[in-house]
Design a binder for this molecule. Structure first.
Ligand SMILES: [Zn+2]
Length: 206
């Protein structure tokens, strides 16, 4: 029996540890990203579905908001200075929008890995390929639950364990039709040295 559309759209999906997905989030729809076990980061990127040259921009967003930590009520802007989505709920209040998705090079340079994992970058590249988006077009992600405190005097940053506990979540609402790339982050430091899944759910706006 066919399910009604709303039931299909409210299905909770799980991203296995160290992997990623991509999907379309229509304008007005909401995406709930949940940390089911706690202390797990999810990297999020977004592209205008109708013109993927338009992509979320940490520079534009941090500039217009005049702050580096985003939370509920904050819009996220594109490279063309249009609002792509807005954060509408946030149970954690600490996310990063400064650092690029972890990658094989991240693991080689920071961790000294000889055979590095492809990281969120590689996972996003694979997930976004069907949408015609190549790896060179992956920007700095909005790193949900990533905890990067900054020393305000020196600018030195640290990657600390996420403040998210099991079941904590963040909800965004799309302000245009967007292609979303989303991962369960693969970097040891970002996730307190344990790789966990990320859950997500798409719902229609209230
Ligand atoms: Zn990552």
């Amino acid at each position: 029996m066919a399910l009604p559309l709303c039931a299909l759209m409210s299905e909770i999906k799980r991203i296995p540890p160290r992997s990623g997905v991509a999907f379309v989030l229509p304008r007005g729809a909401r995406l709930k990203v949940t940390d089911p076990q706690g202390e797990q980061v999810a990297d999020l990127v977004a592209y205008n579905r109708d013109d993927t040259g338009e992509v979320l921009s940490n520079g534009r967003t941090l500039d217009y908001l005049s702050k580096i930590y985003l939370t509920a009520g904050d819009p996220v802007y594109s490279n063309r200075s249009r609002i792509m989505f807005e954060i509408v709920e946030d149970k954690v209040g600490r996310h990063d929008f400064l650092l690029t998705p972890c990658s094989a090079d991240t693991f080689r340079i920071i961790y000294g890995d000889k055979n590095p994992h492809r990281g969120c970058f590689g996972n996003l590249a694979e997930a976004l390929a069907p949408y015609g988006i190549g790896p060179d077009r992956i920007p700095t992600a909005f790193n949900i639950f990533m905890n990067v405190p900054i020393d305000s005097e020196t600018g030195v940053l640290k990657v600390e364990p996420p403040l998210s506990r099991a079941g904590d979540y963040l909800v965004i609402e799309a302000k245009m039709d967007i292609i979303v790339g989303l991962t369960a982050c693969s970097a040891e430091q970002s996730n307190n040295y344990a790789f966990k899944p990320i859950d997500y759910e798409i719902t229609e706006a209230d």
